[in-house]
Design a protein around this ligand. Structure first.
Ligand SMILES: Cc1ncc(COP(=O)(O)O)c(C=O)c1O
Length: 407
């Protein structure tokens, strides 16, 4: 029996049935069971930023696994402490403290609990959180409610009832929504799953001002944007304001399950023994992988390389916009980009790309997300652009009432 059929028989149906299985990867390439190569411009949902099977990560994982795999947080291990020290240096927050988790949702869950405890020190009702419409913060009950996509809430109602969601592009509405009852504003500086939507500087400033006004914490969910994906180490570093709390996951360990909740100043001192915990967070193997990721990005100067690849990709997408009626815009930053379409045919573009062994993702009905690895080569960018161009022409041909693609 095919692996995809076996999967459909035994795994819960939380994703649409997969029709594709991979056996190995190398750099920006994935290889299926026939040995055929696929160009990976999705990176396992913005995770494998160093590419597949990066030797530095493989070495770090295997070295650590031969020595020590797990101790629990009743004890300390070098990789977790060293990673927290690196995060302190990379954020530039001299007093940053980190709580490690296993994924993005659990990092946000920690940040929300931290903010509620921080708020309750002022008064017991200071527990509400403002989030933005279209956001995605995870699938646990608290992070699901913070996710500004009501269709995802529906099957799980009633929710906790602690969240107020405002438009993603209205600074006045955001300011007005934040009251003395709010302990935090939680937002992604660029909404990833929401369709690669860059949040305007005015909204980010309004969030910072509102938090300062009522003594709430500004939490940036950089689970998707962090670790070089949008240009700098963290997206806040080329934005107008600094958050109090930063959450990370996805690319931090290049595919090993990790999350981090990093807080500065008083926010870093909120949790006391017994407040919050995890069995696996800070695991030495995943932290060793993350240390290798940080060191490799620095030693191979990958933020600079990725910026050059981003320029090449954006220029190529702009050429596609000039030559295909179906492509109308490009948004995002660094190597987290969205190609905007004139019609809701992103699913068809994703499928047409797959026929060309190019993996991209329909992140919204009219937006195709591109998230290649930071190590992507120039020739791979060009290959992806060629595949996308063919896909745009094919889908335009298939869509009644269009002029057949290239204008
Ligand atoms: C911005 C953001 N926050 C949180 C999450 C949840 O992360 P995880 O799936 O690791 O729980 C995601 C996942 O896509 C995300 O993009």
């Amino acid at each position: 029996m095919e692996l995809t059929d076996r999967a459909a028989g035994v795994l819960m149906s939380t994703y649409p049935p997969a029709d594709l299985a991979f056996e190995r990867g190398r750099g920006a390439a994935l290889f299926d069971s026939d040995g055929a190569a696929w160009l990976d411009f999705l990176c396992g949902l913005a995770v494998t930023s160093l590419g597949h099977a990066h030797p530095a990560v493989t070495r770090a994982v295997s070295d650590q696994a031969t020595r020590l795999v797990h101790t629990s947080n009743l004890f300390v291990t070098e990789p977790a402490v060293a990673l927290a020290e690196r995060l302190r240096r990379l954020t530039g927050w001299v007093d940053a403290r980190t709580f490690f988790t296993q994924c993005g949702a659990s990092a946000n869950e920690a940040a929300i609990k931290l903010a509620r405890k921080h708020g309750r020190r002022t008064h017991p009702d200071k527990v509400r959180v403002v989030t933005l419409e279209g956001s995605f913060h995870g699938r646990t009950l608290a992070t699901l409610e913070a996710t500004g996509q009501p269709d995802k809430h529906e099957p799980f109602r009633p929710l906790i009832g602690y969240v107020d969601t405002v438009a993603h592009d209205d600074p006045e509405a955001l300011s007005a929504a934040v009251t003395e009852d709010h302990c935090a504003v939680l937002l992604e500086p660029i909404q990833g799953e929401g369709g690669v939507r860059v949040i305007d500087d005015a909204v980010l400033r309004a969030a910072r001002d509102a938090c300062d006004r009522v003594g709430a914490l500004l939490i940036y969910d950089e689970v998707q944007t962090g670790v070089g994906r949008t240009g700098p180490w963290f997206a806040f570093q080329d934005g107008p304001v600094t958050p109090d709390v930063l959450t990370l996951a996805k690319a931090l360990a290049n595919g090993l399950p990790i999350g981090a909740c990093v807080a500065r100043g008083a926010a870093g001192e909120v949790f006391e023994p017994g407040d919050h915990a995890t069995t696996f967070g800070g695991n030495p193997v995943t932290c060793a992988a993350a240390n290798a990721v940080v060191d490799t990005i620095e030693s191979e100067n990958l933020l600079t390389t990725a910026a050059a690849r981003s320029r090449r990709l954006v220029e190529g997408l702009e050429r596609l916009i000039d030559t295909h009626d179906l492509a109308v815009g490009v948004r995002g930053r660094g190597l987290l980009l969205g190609l905007e379409l004139a019609r809701p045919v992103a699913g068809e573009i994703q499928a047409a790309c797959r026929r060309r062994h190019l993996i991209v993702n329909a992140v919204a009905p009219d937006v195709v997300r591109l998230a290649p690895p930071l190590i992507v080569e120039r020739a791979e960018v060009d290959l992806a652009l060629a595949g996308l161009g063919e896909a745009l022409a094919e889908v335009a041909d298939d869509t009644p009432g269009t002029d057949g693609g290239a204008s």
